[in-house]
Design a protein around this ligand. Structure first.
Ligand SMILES: [Zn+2]
Length: 116
């Protein structure tokens, strides 16, 4: 049996928190209460049947609820998520995962996350 890669582990909240530890927006530690944010591929982009593929640790970051509510829809929020995820997994890993999903959807493949 092939061992599952860490970045494709199912994004259970405790695992998401343990992976990132700090909020991508304010860089302060994540406490008991937090939101799980799909930063790279949003659920709205794909049919429900593909949700398990994007509910993975590489795509879901723990964020403070207040930071999420205030800034979650901004480009800067997405940029800071890309930086934190890149520091955690490396941009190559994130792009490899993203492009493997994009091959089977109408998402455009990427050759960069734009933050390196
Ligand atoms: Zn925050």
């Amino acid at each position: 049996m092939e061992r599952q890669s860490r970045w494709t582990l199912r994004a259970a909240p405790h695992l998401v928190k343990a992976t990132y530890k700090v909020c991508p927006w304010c860089s302060k530690p994540i406490g008991k209460q937090f939101d799980c944010h799909h930063w790279l591929i949003k659920r709205g982009r794909l049919p429900k049947v593909m949700f398990p593929e994007i509910d993975v640790v590489v795509n879901v970051i723990a964020v403070h609820h207040s930071c999420h509510m205030q800034y979650g829809q901004t480009k800067e929020f997405e940029r800071r998520c890309a930086i934190l995820a890149s520091e955690t997994f490396g941009p190559e890993v994130i792009l490899k995962w993203y492009n493997s999903v994009s091959e089977r959807t109408n998402l455009q493949p990427k050759d960069s996350l734009g933050v390196q």
